[in-house]
Design a protein around this ligand. Structure first.
Ligand code: ADP
Ligand code: MG
Length: 698
């Protein structure tokens, strides 16, 4: 029998394949490009392309594609076959270095937010050698960046790579000051935990809201929801287990380190976590994981829902972005060390993160802002829209002591002086497992929990890398100048703690009292919705940071703002239109149909014996008739709003109107429809209800 280690990575042109198939010189040169970002010459590219093609063709591939991540949030590919005619009437399989390095997809239909006028539809894809090529359905996929004719980024990978470069540069400056001469580069790593729902495909197909929007727009609360918590870590149902087994195999073949999976809190909700890896690769892998989850689900008669809030009244799905920063020598800079020298370095990197999260709360918030995720953040669900950091009691007490120049450990009576004191050793699990914090320190990494399940992790990591790079830049500027390094370091850490401790909060993030304290006493931001959060992208301090570190140009930021807002507007508008369609074509006729049946029953009763009791019929007819009118009126209101918003030119104004007028009207329509559902006979209801969707997979 084949074991996992036999087939792990079998569809990947990874280091093992490169080493085996590339001439030694080519391999060495490519490694330099991958590890140190040295640019590649044509000869090497040609040799790599040839080896890639041979390997791919041996594995049954017929096509290749530049695989990229345009701003639609999903991945895109345009397939070209390897074939090329040969003079004797046959074909040969061809793939040149040029085809490997650069592609030119007709890109006019990808969102560019005005960066690329349609008449110059050209966009370029450029090979990212740091992420391995892989095979998918007989196609060799080459991870690429995607940019416009003028070199402006039209994707998520380009700024992500730039942000990794920025944090590398600044972290290296700081590390030099601590005497880390052997370190060649610093990389951030990410382990994204991915939540999702599985529903039966037949049921899914019967609901236009799921088909068009990925979430239910109607649905009364079922008799049983998640109140018993009996699903969380519960035993996995056979059909789901088969899906997971199949999924793991597919992911492992692609070299994706799928590690843990379990049931989540809500019924039908599950989670998959991979082992962490370099941010750029983790991002590619997460995109692939989402794609493959959906594909494998279909094979099992299931549909995988990645929407943040597929069902009202039960938990939505998020994604936890576990983030850390490590040297190429294998030192995680967020591990509290055991020697004083390591402690000071750790504390400085910790302070860099604290300052970054405080200074750029808005960027972190907007990096996860979508119409779907608004149903979690800022609603009554974890985490809140207010960004704060959980450090745990122990670390907070240490920072407090440093800030106050007071003894940390009362029994020891020594004042914490960096460089002489030894931090207590943190055991990962002694820091308590706060589940409500949006940004929690978990022993040697930070876990950012605001991401929605459907979000690409690229945006969050761009902002996080950028913000931390900015802190480190300031730190390096200050320390490089200092005559007394230790004194300056101590001072810097104290000052940073003092200036940014408002962002540290170890309590319950769901508590209303916290939101009040955060906004009123601490002055933290509470950007509840996408239209609240998005405009902060263009605030001066944010533009300065992101352009200063060369992560984005001003024009790129402006275009991204447009695209994100447009996406919000389009998403909610489609939802509103779907609601209207379902209401008029399905719900109203169903309720009217049942009302008619009751009327006929009532008439029949009256015909036989007018004195027969008919309280149920008359009562229900009355209530449903009234609801029919209310539903009809609410639909009219929503339609009017939809038309009004369509007439607005400015995307910003449309987004605000959607937040203030359209979403409330959608909610109002839903209330009356959901009221009619439990009063209407089940056989009349036109689509599967919550109980069936949530408990229908066995
Ligand atoms: P949880 O209790 O939150 O599920 P886990 O230990 O299972 O925590 O880790 C969750 C994720 O964090 C996994 O994807 C794991 O690989 C990742 N992770 C662990 N250590 C690091 C690290 N140093 N940097 C980034 N991610 C990490
Ligand atoms: Mg977690």
């Amino acid at each position: 029998m084949q074991t996992v280690s036999d087939y792990f990575g079998s569809l990947v042109f990874d280091d093992r394949v490169m080493r085996a198939r590339l001439p030694a010189k080519v391999y060495k040169s490519l490694k330099k490009t991958i590890d140190e970002g040295v640019s590649l010459d044509n000869q090497v590219a040609n040799a790599v392309a040839e080896a890639m093609r041979d390997w791919a063709v041996e594995h049954g591939a017929t096509h290749f594609t530049h695989w990229f991540q345009p701003l639609t949030g999903i991945t895109a590919e345009k397939h070209d076959s390897f074939i090329s005619p040969s003079p004797d009437g046959g074909v040969i399989m061809e793939f040149s270095g040029k085809e490997l390095i650069q592609g030119e997809p007709d890109a006019s239909s990808f969102p560019s937010g005005g960066l690329r006028a349609t008449f110059e539809a050209r966009g370029y894809t450029a090979w990212d050698p740091t992420s391995y090529a892989f095979l998918k359905d007989k196609t060799l996929c080459i991870p690429t960046a995607f940019c416009s004719y003028g070199g402006e980024a039209l994707d998520k990978k380009t700024p992500l790579l730039r942000s990794m470069q920025a944090i590398n540069k600044q972290a290296m400056r700081v590390l030099k000051l601590f005497g880390n001469e052997d370190v060649k580069c610093v990389k951030t790593s990410v382990g994204p935990e991915q939540e999702y729902f599985l529903v039966d495909r037949e049921m899914f197909d019967k609901r236009k809201d799921l088909v068009f929007c990925g979430r239910t727009l109607f649905g009364a609360k079922p008799p049983k929801g998640q109140e018993l918590d009996d699903h969380y870590f519960g035993s996995i149902k056979p059909r789901v287990a088969e899906f997971m087994e199949d999924l793991n195999e597919e992911l492992w073949k692609l070299g994706i380190l799928a590690k843990t999976e379990h049931n989540e809190v809500a019924p039908a909700q599950h989670e998959l976590a991979p082992i962490y890896t370099t941010t750029n690769i983790a991002t590619d892998h997460n995109q692939l994981t989402m794609e493959i989850m959906q594909k494998v689900a279909l094979r099992h008669g299931l549909v995988c829902l990645l929407h943040e809030k597929p069902f009202a009244g039960v938990n939505g799905s998020g994604k936890h972005n576990n983030w850390s920063i490590a040297t190429d020598t294998g030192v995680n800079l967020l591990t509290p060390g055991e020697t004083p020298y390591e402690n000071a370095q750790f504390l400085l990197f910790l302070c860099a993160v604290i300052q970054a999260v405080d200074d750029y709360q808005d960027l972190l918030r907007l990096s996860v802002a979508t119409a779907g995720n608004d149903h979690r953040l800022g609603a009554n669900e974890a985490p809140p829209a207010v960004v704060s950091i959980f450090l745990g009691d122990e670390l907070t007490a240490i920072l407090d002591a440093i800030e106050a120049d007071a003894p940390y450990n009362a029994a020891e009576k020594t004042v914490m002086k960096l460089g002489v004191h030894v931090l207590p050793k943190f055991l990962r699990d002694t820091t308590d497992r706060n589940r409500t914090s949006p940004f929690a320190f978990t022993g040697n990494k930070f876990e950012f929990r605001m991401l929605g399940s459907a979000n690409s992790i690229a945006c969050t990591n761009i902002m996080l890398n950028g913000a931390v790079a900015q802190s480190l830049k300031g730190f390096a500027d200050a320390l490089e100048k200092a005559d007394d390094f230790e004194g300056a370091l101590h001072d810097l850490i104290r000052r940073t703690i003092h200036a940014h401790k408002r962002i540290i909060f170890n309590g319950n993030g769901y508590d209303d009292a916290w939101i009040k304290e955060a906004t009123e006493q601490r002055g933290l931001l509470n950007l509840r919705t996408t239209p609240d959060a998005m405009p902060t992208l263009l605030e001066k301090k944010n533009v300065d940071m992101l352009t200063g570190l060369k992560i984005f140009t001003k024009a790129e930021l402006e275009s991204r703002y447009e695209i994100m807002m447009e996406n919000y507007v389009k998403t909610v508008t489609i939802e509103a239109q779907t609601m209207l369609d379902m209401t008029r074509k399905e719900i109203l006729p169903a309720v009217a149909g049942y009302t008619k049946e009751l009327t006929e029953t009532l008439a029949a009763k009256r015909a036989i014996l007018p004195s027969l009791p008919a309280k149920y019929e008359t009562g229900t007819i009355t209530k449903l008739s009234s609801l029919l009118d209310q539903i009809d009126a609410a639909a009219d209101e929503l339609e009017k709003t939809t038309l009004q918003i369509k007439a607005i030119d400015s995307v910003t104004e449309s987004a605000f109107q959607i937040r203030d007028a359209m979403l409330p009207r959608m909610a109002a329509l839903r209330v009356v429809c959901d009221e009619a559902e439990p009063m209407t006979a089940e056989r009349f209801w036109p689509f599967p209800t919550y109980d069936k969707l949530l408990f229908g997979v066995r």
